[in-house]
Design a protein around this ligand. Structure first.
Ligand code: GLU
Length: 490
């Protein structure tokens, strides 16, 4: 029987949850869903100075928001826990004792100053800086002497010399590393806490992880991890390192290219389905041309053989377009809910509205659904419904109002709207048509000046949509004010 696929996402809770981390989590999740496997969430909290509970909470909340759920791990438990590395120190210790006993690891008493000295000396000789094994063969007396001096040892793994270490990578093929460039590296720090490259191996092994899928940044760590697998005699998982994320200028993605944390996008009113869709395309491509899909659709077709080797480019324009497509798919109520916090922040509503006022707000907000890429853009798109003060966009707009036929058109339209029992899309259109036909005018001569007088702009939302929302009185007020400003008398 085929072994069940087990993947993991193993964030370090040391700061904001980045888009890159979310992409790694998503690829693992999609693969697990596709293969009917398990997705494990392990918290790598061994960096005591930088790890915080807030960051962990933030990561978990962001994963949930994105719909990336875990079958085992932090909070939910599972058969191979605990799932926080700081709760696994006893487990690591057992293996460390074994490595020490077998002579595969040793105590190192070098101080940070001594290590730095060695580093500088190697650099000066144009050699790769690495630990040269000073403490590899200490006698019991030397050790005792160091202990007496109060030095606290770290523990290093013995790295074989002159060996080629090959990472078999699902995405990148075989990648070779020279063991001489590595040097005996620390597996347990002097405070007794294991290093990432050590703990990750023990955890992945004990948690029965079959596929380690992570960002390319970790590729250079993998040979070290392979050495730990060898030393402990563990069976190795399959590795896949997914490409770097670059900005549109092809330098490493950073704040200059747009927000890098998932939270920032959430706060701007992006949709999880938009972010997921965009992240899935950062390094993976489904067969065919379709670029808009849901998580359910993606996990039916996701496969590692369509994951690209070359860097993925984070293009905010593309994200915006993808998100706008998902926004268009929302029900009007869901879109209203997305827009609400931004409308409240803009002072356009309190959030406690009911009855007619609420209905009106919903209709107003609905006009923005096809115009925005994300929620925070809604207020600017509906601002015209909340204030009757506006300026003409430019001189050209003013000149539109100077046409000879303008007074006649304005008067006829205002009267027409006042005479209607109900202002709606069709009845308003009817008035425009009647005024145009009745005076033998071109559409341009009717719609354009009215639009400018009503909004100050030559372009904007459909008039037949706006006018019913403003009502005949407000329409008249706005028109009269504009004409006065442009020195046009009726
Ligand atoms: N804690 C590591 C990180 O957040 C995990 C890397 C890995 O997936 O092995 O980068």
């Amino acid at each position: 029987m085929e072994k069940e696929m087990r993947v993991r996402f193993a964030p370090s809770p040391t700061g904001p949850f980045h888009i890159g981390g979310a992409r790694s989590a998503l690829f693992n999740w999609l693969l697990a869903k596709r293969m009917g496997g398990k997705f494990v969430l392990r918290i790598e909290d061994t960096d005591r100075k930088r790890s915080t509970p807030e960051s962990e909470e933030n990561i978990k909340a962001a994963l949930k928001w994105l719909g990336i759920t875990w079958d085992e791990g932090a909070d939910v438990g599972g058969p191979y826990g605990p799932y926080h590395q700081m709760e696994r120190l006893d487990i690591y210790k057992k293996y460390t004792d074994q490595l020490l006993k077998e002579g595969k690891a040793y105590y190192c008493y070098c101080t940070p100053e001594e290590l730095e000295e060695e580093r500088q000396a190697l650099l000066k000789d144009c050699k790769m800086p690495r630990y040269m094994g000073k403490c590899r063969h200490l006698t019991e007396e030397q050790k005792a002497q160091y202990e007496k001096e109060g030095r606290k040892p770290s523990i290093r793994l013995k790295v074989p010399e002159n060996e080629t270490i090959v990472v078999h990578d699902m995405v990148r093929g075989d990648v070779e590393f020279d063991s001489n460039g590595i040097g005996d590296f620390v597996i347990v720090k002097s405070d007794g806490i294991p290093t990432y490259n050590y703990a990750v191996v023990i955890d992945d092994y004990l948690m029965h992880i079959t596929h380690v899928i992570r960002a390319e940044e970790h590729l250079s760590n993998t040979p070290r991890q392979l050495l730990v697998y060898e030393a402990l005699g563990f069976e190795k998982p399959v590795f896949a390192h997914i490409s770097l994320i670059l900005g549109t200028d092809h330098t490493k993605m950073s704040k200059r290219h747009g927000a890098t944390s998932v939270d920032a996008y959430r706060q701007q009113g992006y949709l999880p389905e938009g972010i997921d869709n965009f992240l899935a395309l950062l390094g993976w491509a489904p067969q065919g041309e379709e670029e808009i899909f849901s998580m359910e659709e993606a996990c039916k077709v996701f496969s590692m053989d369509r994951v690209a080797k070359n860097p993925a480019v984070f293009d905010i324009k593309k994200l915006n377009w993808i998100n706008s497509q998902h926004i268009r798919k929302l029900t009007p109520d869901a879109f209203f809910e997305l827009a609400k916090p931004f409308m409240v922040k803009a002072g356009y509503m309190t959030g406690d509205e009911t009855g007619e006022k609420l209905d009106w707000l919903k209709r107003v907000v609905a006009t923005a659904q096809t115009q925005v890429d994300y929620g925070a853009q809604v207020p600017e798109k509906v601002a015209l419904y909340f204030t009757d003060d506006f300026d003409f966009e430019n001189e050209e707009a003013v000149s539109v109002l100077k046409e000879e036929t303008v007074p006649l058109v304005m008067k006829a339209l205002i009267e027409g709207f006042h005479s209607l029992d109900e202002l709606n899309h069709d009845s308003v259109k009817g008035v425009f048509k009647a005024v145009q036909k009745g005076n033998k005018l071109k559409g341009q001569q009717v719609y354009m000046p009215f639009r400018v007088a009503l909004t100050g702009n030559q372009h904007g939302p459909e008039l037949a949509e706006m006018i019913p929302l403003l009502g005949a009185d407000r329409v008249e007020k706005r028109i009269m004010k504009s004409l006065e400003k442009a020195h046009v008398s009726l």
